[in-house]
Ligand binder design. Structure first.
Ligand code: GLY
Length: 359
């Protein structure tokens, strides 16, 4: 039986991969900073870099309008990338047709929409998050308040809601008619199956992978400064109180101007288990190219889910990451097909089909 790599082997592997380019991804042709972990690298000129236009990357096709909003926030003036990220991800948060983020998201097993989000800036490492937040249209804005106005990093449940209300956020019902109707169908299917509850007996069979876990994660970079934001309604029909990776700094997202940024989408339990985004950023700090850093984490997740028996629920989960290193190089990779990301360079946005991790 093959043993999983320890941390040193893992970092060595991604460093070697950075030099050998074993995995082909959506990266620029800039030379990899292999082995330069302790040597400050000169900032290149290009998107995200001094003299260049902002670089914005976000997950899934709803990243396209999100990137546009982030760019508009930049063009409005005086925007740190964290402002761009906060503005950008609010677009899918408010879109009732998106069943995996914000308003319109599929509810939990009790029929209540519970939202997770986090935000972080790469210069100061200031960060904030909310988990299991109910009744608030823009959880990312509440996460920003947690970051800016408290000494805390993460507020959950009723505490997060009270904080938001005290901060002046209006409350509203986040369950759309479409989501309520789908929930009613799910309940009917549950009854047909003998009344077992809740998610674990239903999830794999009835969860449509195209409607579930499709978190918006965004990374923005300008003048060498990075930020990230992540927001989601989480796993459809989840157990009430379930928290995914998205609000957890280091799992759903992480950023450090001295290394890079990463955000995730997909089955949050696997991202938490692998400390995914933090591992990717640390690998980039040690010289890995973004896609190679992602590949190392995805390989570990695949190994964990297939051979180590961490969970009986999902042997082939979808997990994907996007990452940007401190040179502005972009990487993206997924465990399964279908993952797309929106890439804005030089004011132009394209929707890119991400590579899938090689078998
Ligand atoms: N990645 C989103 C979630 O699993 O909640």
């Amino acid at each position: 039986m093959t043993s999983p790599p320890n941390r040193r082997e893992f970092l060595g592997a991604v460093g070697a991969s950075a030099m050998g380019a074993a995995v082909v991804g959506t990266t620029t042709s800039c030379a990899a900073p292999a082995g330069a972990s302790s040597v400050p690298l000169p900032l290149a000129s290009g998107d995200g870099m001094p003299g260049g236009s902002p670089l914005i990357v976000s997950t899934w096709n709803f990243g396209v309008p999100a990137n546009a909003a982030a760019l508009a926030r930049f063009n409005a003036g005086d925007a740190h990338p964290v402002d761009m990220c906060e503005a950008g991800v609010q677009v899918p948060e408010a879109d009732p047709t998106i069943s995996s983020v914000g308003y319109g998201g599929w509810p939990n097993a009790d029929g209540v929409v519970e939202l997770d989000a986090c935000i972080m800036r790469g210069d100061t490492l200031a960060c904030g998050g909310v988990a299991g937040l109910r009744d608030i249209l823009h959880p990312i804005a509440v996460a920003r308040r947690v970051m800016d106005r408290t000494r805390h990093v993460l507020l959950v449940g009723e505490g997060a809601r009270s904080f938001a209300v005290n901060e002046g956020f209006p409350t509203q019902n986040m369950l759309t008619e479409r989501a309520a109707n789908r929930y009613a169908e799910i309940i009917a299917e549950r009854a047909l199956r003998g009344g077992h509850e809740p998610w674990e007996r239903l999830g794999p069979e009835i969860n449509d992978p195209n409607e579930d876990h499709d978190t918006i994660g965004m990374i923005a970079m300008h003048e060498g400064k990075l930020a990230m934001a992540v927001t989601t309604s989480g796993m459809a029909w989840k157990l009430p109180g379930r928290v995914g990776d998205s609000p957890i700094i280091g799992a759903g997202g992480y950023v450090d101007d001295e290394a890079g940024a990463a955000v995730s989408t997909g089955v949050g339990e696997e991202v938490i288990r692998s400390c995914g985004s933090a591992m990717i950023v640390e690998a980039m700090r040690h010289g890995a190219a973004p896609t190679d850093a992602i590949a190392a984490v995805l390989r570990r997740i695949r190994l964990t889910t297939t051979s180590r028996g961490a969970t009986p629920y999902d042997k082939a989960p979808q997990v994907a990451f996007i990452a940007v290193d401190r040179l502005g190089r972009v990487g993206a990779l997924a465990l399964l097909g279908g993952f797309q990301y929106a890439l804005t360079r030089n004011g132009e946005t394209s929707l890119v089909n991400a590579d899938v991790l090689e078998p």
